[in-house]
Design a binder for this molecule. Structure first.
Ligand code: 8YV
Length: 328
């Protein structure tokens, strides 16, 4: 007798090719309108599903997980960060969690590099000026920014994305510094020409640009606290394409407004999709709506990872991208 297909509930609209394949392989319930699920709808989903496919916009907390039906054995997250899921409660309930690492590394690194260039060179500000039809023509002293060649880049979190950013920044003439829970293998450190700082505080005080690439966990919440932001020099820039919660957004906004920092490039925010209104009024920031991995290539690859994880799990094997407690 053919095996019953698992009931898979997908919380958001995914690329068409992914949805088509999921419909072929599983008993899939799609969200064609892409309207984020309410808490009640999420609870309904975990009651009925064998597999849930959430994204960053779904909070799979203890309240939701406590309502999960006996069949929910896998949460196959569409995304690498799993801070939207209460991992401890999921573990207690023997629910396996998978994510989609690796496939969005290069795109996220590109977006980070774009911000590292855009903020000091005032790209968005210049574009706004032009569009407002207020440009009066070239002048030797008009809209001067800062050179990034020869400057120090401090990478916080030297995993896949941090390394991909380091490679790009090195090619732009920046010197690479990093802080990580674990020091890199000496060969990799040498290849990246990266200097390791055991003390984040000491690194921050010496950098021209700081970029964040660690996951958001209880340990990294407000890692860039008001105290640590104050260690940065007034000419330095903060770039964040990781998670908004890692930076104290109010403190950052205050310091940017007072000129205690030179600028910031932010793709993520502490209370997404809300953005601190004071940030919106600042000229020295470039703000993006969480576009780090927003390419069709990344999204399809992420979907394929989700499919492989579900299929492997349904076939009775360990899925390749299991999230283990030790990772976070
Ligand atoms: C995704 C991301 O947009 O994968 C991640 O962790 O931050 C993003 O690039 C989002 O998380 C999808 O759920």
């Amino acid at each position: 007798m053919p095996q019953k297909k698992p009931v898979v509930v997908v919380t958001r609209k995914l690329p068409d090719v992914i949805e088509t394949r999921m419909m072929e392989l599983f008993d899939t319930r799609l969200n064609l309108e892409d309207k984020p699920l309410s808490k009640a709808e999420l609870i309904e989903a975990v009651k009925t599903a064998d597999v849930l496919v959430p994204t960053i916009t779904d909070r799979i907390d203890a309240a939701v997980l406590s309502q999960a039906g006996p069949n929910l054995k896998l949460i196959a997250n569409f995304g690498t960060g799993v801070d939207n899921i209460d991992l401890a409660t999921a573990r207690q309930r023997s629910i396996t969690i998978t994510n989609t690492p690796g496939v969005l590394t290069e795109d996220t690194a590109d977006m980070t590099m774009a911000l590292i260039l855009a903020v000091p060179r005032r790209l968005a500000e210049g574009e706004r000026l032009l569009r407002s039809e207020k440009w009066n023509g070239w002048s030797p002293t008009h809209m001067l920014g800062h050179r990034i060649w020869g400057k120090r880049l401090g990478v916080i979190g030297m995993g896949r994305i941090g390394q991909a950013v380091a490679r790009r920044a090195k090619a732009f003439g920046m010197s690479i510094h990093y802080h990580n829970r674990k020091r890199l293998h000496p060969e990799l450190e040498a290849e990246l020409e990266a200097t390791y700082w055991e003390s984040l505080d000491q690194m921050l005080a010496r950098m021209d640009v700081v970029t964040i690439h660690c996951p958001h966990t209880p340990a990294t919440f407000h890692l860039l606290s008001a105290r640590r932001l104050a260690l940065l020099q007034p000419h330095s820039y903060v770039i964040n394409t990781s998670r908004g919660e890692i930076v104290d957004e109010n403190a950052l906004t205050r310091m940017l407004g007072r000129g205690e920092l030179a600028g910031a490039g932010l793709d993520v925010f502490e209370h997404e999709p809300a953005v601190n209104p004071k940030l919106l009024g600042l000229d020295n920031v470039v703000l993006l709506p969480h576009l780090g991995s927003a390419t069709i290539e990344s999204r399809i690859d992420m979907g394929e990872k989700v499919i492989i994880n579900i299929k492997t799990f349904a076939d009775g094997h360990n899925p390749p991208d299991r999230v283990l407690a030790s990772m976070f």
